[in-house]
Every structure is written in C-alpha cells, then in structure tokens.
Design a binder for this molecule. Structure first.
Ligand SMILES: C[S@@+](CC[C@H](N)C(=O)[O-])C[C@H]1O[C@@H](n2cnc3c(N)ncnc32)[C@H](O)[C@@H]1O
Length: 244
C-alpha cells in the first residue's frame, strides 16, 4: 500500500505505507550541511525547538518537478493546505500529476481553506455590524483575515518575533513570505475544486468531513486531526476524488 502525503509540512504520518514529501526551506536547511551552520544564527527559542521537532520521516523533494513515483503506483494521494499555495496556472498540472501516480481506483483527498465558508462568515458579520454597530465592529477584521491575510502578508511566519539582526539575516537568506511559498496564490470552494478535478480526469467527487473518508481506516493516519482527535485545520473543505 502506498499513500502519498504531498506537501506534508509538520503534519506527517507514520502509518505503514505513507511517504511524507515536502520541500520547505527548513527541510532544505536541515539536509544541507552548509546551511545547517546558519541555524543558530537564524533561529532561537521556540522556533529552534520547532525546527528540531521536524520529523525525520520526510522525503525532501520539490513537487514542482513532479511526484517521484511511477504511473499507477499509489493507492492514495493526499494534500492539505497545499493547492492554494500553487500558482493558479500550475494547479492543473499538479492535479494531473496526482492522477498519473494513482492506481486505477485510487483516491485523491484534498483539504483547502473553504473560500465559500470564509465569505459566508464575512457576510454574516457585515449583517451583524449593520444591526449591532460599534459593539461588534472591532471584530470585523477577524472575518476578513482567513480570506486575505495569507494573500497579502510579506513577512514569513514567526520571523517578526526574532531580534532585529536575526530577522534581517533570515529575510536576506530565506526571502519573504512569498519567496518561501507561504502566501496563497488562489482559493477554492466546492465548485471550482470539483471543476478542476473533473477537468483533470477524476470522477466520483465527494465532499467529506475531517474525520470521514472513502480511504479505509482513515482515522489511523492521524491526518486532518489534532492530537485530541479534533479537526486539525478548522474551516477546511475536504474533497475526495477517484481515478476511474
Ligand atoms: C501550508 S503548508 C501545509 C502543510 C501540511 N500539509 C498541513 O496541512 O499542515 C504547505 C506545505 O506545502 C509545501 N510545499 C509547497 N510547495 C511545495 C513544493 N513545490 N514541493 C514540496 N512541498 C511544497 C510547503 O513546504 C509546506 O510545508
């Protein structure tokens, strides 16, 4: 059994058959003996601990160069909060690449921020602002944050908590949020994601919850769940599709 966890980040699975793949800056630093020398200069405190806690069970590979597995070799492919970081014109190539590596009958499971839910929450708060005025206006920006924050942010996550010298060195060496791939390039809802999957050849497109799946024994993978069994990334849209 082969299960590909593509763009795994820190959310790896040690379930038998899972291959976790990622190409984050932190992984590239960890695997490069020269870059590793800069780690104490760049990171300290919680960020250093976080870096050290990165699983060793990750294959370091740039998915922009394709998925490093033969045609029809994988039972399952999965990516969570990866698709929206890929350029809109490249996204179909990435989805077709997952189609290529899946066996006939194989399942692709995707989790993305749910644009529809985010917009509905925002519009519901517009209504509240109209009715309740100043009592709720201070919270209004919080409803815009899931839609816009990762599209406009320049500073990479966690960098601003570093001292100014570390911060400058880090930004110089590793680049800003966009250069590190942290910003969103497009957003998805149940309609454009289904359309994308169909145009890439997938069928049987079904919406799921974080804890439901057509993947057998899904909960044993520990993905889409936090340590307590709750939803790992609340507000996500979960879609599964089959290679017929
Ligand atoms: C927002 S994180 C999501 C991580 C994890 N899947 C999760 O749900 O917490 C996006 C991940 O995709 C990875 N990624 C983006 N582009 C990639 C590429 N070309 N090759 C491999 N990984 C990539 C990033 O390194 C990052 O870890």
């Amino acid at each position: 059994m082969l299960f590909l966890n593509l763009g795994c980040g820190w959310k790896t699975s040690d379930h038998p058959g899972v291959v976790n793949i990622d190409w984050s800056v932190m992984l590239r630093i960890r695997t490069n003996p020269i870059y590793r020398l800069f780690v104490p200069l760049l990171l300290k405190g919680d960020r250093l601990e976080h870096f050290r806690s990165l699983s060793k069970n990750i294959r370091v590979h740039n998915l922009a160069k394709g998925i490093p597995f033969p045609d029809g070799s994988a039972d399952y492919a999965y990516h969570s909060h990866v698709l929206e970081h890929i350029d809109r014109d490249i996204a179909p190539l990435f989805i077709r690449e997952t189609f290529r590596v899946l066996k006939p009958g194989g399942i692709l499971r995707i989790a993305v921020p749910d644009m529809e839910r985010n917009c509905r929450n925002y519009l519901a708060h517009v209504d509240r602002c109209e009715k309740e005025g100043s009592a709720v206006i201070a919270q209004h920006d919080a409803t815009l944050e899931p839609i816009l924050e990762q599209a406009v942010r320049r500073e990479a996550g966690g960098t601003s908590t570093q001292g100014s010298l570390r911060r400058r060195i880090e930004n110089l060496i590793l680049g800003d949020a966009r250069q590190r791939g942290e910003t969103h390039q497009w957003m998805y809802d149940r309609f454009n994601l289904e359309h994308l999957l169909r145009t890439c050849g997938f069928a049987q497109i079904q919406r799921q919850e974080f804890n439901t799946s057509a993947i057998s024994d899904w909960l044993a993978y520990g993905l889409d769940q936090d340590e307590k069994g709750g939803e790992y990334k609340p507000g996500s849209l979960y879609i599964e599709a089959t290679k017929a």
